[in-house]
Write a protein that binds this ligand. Structure first.
Ligand SMILES: [Zn+2]
Length: 158
């Protein structure tokens, strides 16, 4: 489907650099390979991300030339996602906590200054459901692990 609206112009620029620039495989200091760019729409506005991608330069290393992207990138958006995790969370909250319909959510996003098509709301809702399913699976695993630990703790405190 063609975009009805032009992509909004970024309201801020952020540069992301990996915190860990020591290769986890060989321990040598990685060097910056190239910049990559992404535009992410968050509830605050449209952010142009400049991402510094580092690579290991040690030719003997199994991770030679493999890209290392900034850790923080994942907290902005999902891989290949154009919308911030905060937008996904907002859409999910409006839908499931406040029982709003897709057109109502669309209207709410426009009111908050997010230039999005209604189709975007549906897409982000899918993302939200996927993340929720993953989270629930994780939560279940966590509970199972905690249950085991609790039994261990009880044994110790008894
Ligand atoms: Zn290395």
């Amino acid at each position: 489907m063609a975009r009805k609206q032009a992509r909004p112009t970024p309201t801020q620029q952020v540069v992301l650099t990996p915190l860990q620039i020591i290769c986890r495989e060989c321990g040598s200091r990685m060097r910056m390979g190239h910049h990559s760019h992404r535009t992410v729409t968050t509830v605050q506005g449209v952010t142009r991300l400049t991402i510094k991608v580092y690579r290991c330069r040690n030719q003997q290393c199994p991770r030679f030339h493999q890209p290392t992207r900034p850790e923080e990138e994942g907290s902005w958006a999902l891989p290949h996602g154009e919308f911030g995790l905060d937008v996904i969370a907002l859409v999910g909250t409006l839908r499931y906590r406040q029982q709003r319909s897709v057109p109502q959510i669309h209207e709410e996003l426009l009111k908050r200054g997010l230039q999005v098509a209604q189709r975007t709301v549906t897409d982000q809702l899918y993302r939200y459901e996927e993340l929720l399913a993953l989270h629930l699976a994780d939560h279940k695993r966590l509970c199972e692990r905690l249950k085991d630990q609790k039994q261990v703790l009880w044994v110790h405190s008894a």
